[in-house]
Ligand binder design. Sequence first.
Ligand SMILES: CSC[C@H]1O[C@H](OP(=O)(O)O)[C@H](O)[C@@H]1O
Length: 353
Amino acid sequence: MSEHVTVIESVKLDDANDAIILLDQTQLPNKKEFLHLKTVDDVWDAIYQLKVRGAPAIGIAAAYGIYIVTKNSKATSFDAFYQEFKTAKEKLASSRPTAVNLFWALDRMEARLQNEQTGTITEIKNALREEADLIKKEDQKVCEAIGYHALEVLEPGWGILTHCNAGTIATAKYGTALAPIYLGQERGYDFKVYADETRPLLQGARLTAWELNEAGVDVTLICDNMASIVMSQDKVQAVLVGCDRVAANGDAANKIGTSGVAILAKHYGIPFYVCAPMSTIDLNTETGSDIEIELRSEEEIKTKWYSEPMAPADIKTYNPAFDVTDHSLITGIITEKGIVSPSYKENLTKIFE
Ligand SMILES: CSC[C@H]1O[C@H](OP(=O)(O)O)[C@H](O)[C@@H]1O
């Protein structure tokens, strides 16, 4: 895609200063602040606190993170260096459980390390840097490809509803669900985007509405409970969402509330697409019921964003960060290799051949 649409990158390497630079997504939309992180604890905290978020961006941050924290290792043998690497990997892998890209990226970095074990420690460190760069570069190309494939099923002037944020800041660049919006913007498709605010952390209001507005896209912010009425009023012709893990049967884990949007789309006869890089498809997880769903704190529901608590202090809460959309509700999974139709297990396996 050309650069004429303003597209923001959320994860960068500052090799000269042994740091990774992350756009702090918890400060958006009011402040655009960048973090310079050097330690595994700081990277872990940035992932857990959603300072960096979105499955691909989490994977890229973890890849650069493990490079940065092992870059200054004083180890003189492969075994000693590998031990330090495994300690850092274990720590980063404990930050969030649902987005498979975190584990996919860390496993890929470990595989590169193992492939380089006959080299010097310096050669190994350079290889890790190269692999992290590749993960980021490939993700940008993947997002562009998802954008192109998505336009095969979208028409100019359509209303597009999206949930949470699967935009440029959730990936290397361009996003997954928002990639076709950016590409459409370049081609004059004049999409009208309806962004669910996405309680409780408001990724839709704070991030999707912000990044699309910055890019000059026609975006309307709605509360999560308004998705049905905009669909009933024929304002929406397609739903595009991202995902954190697609199981082998095509069930997809995504931000909490996504499955409800899918059920509404089915009811109104509106196509519902999950935009999924192959790095988010997990053939080792049989079905959606096997996907671990992250539970988060009650503060995100009861006190965050409010000047004073909006619920009794002793009230119980339940705060799953994701839910699973059954594959029967998904019109197609849009990957960098094309759109996967139902009976996913065979189709999903096929795209890896
Ligand atoms: C392009 S993946 C975006 C995906 O990740 C989000 O989760 P979180 O904000 O908790 O990292 C959400 O599920 C998005 O669809």
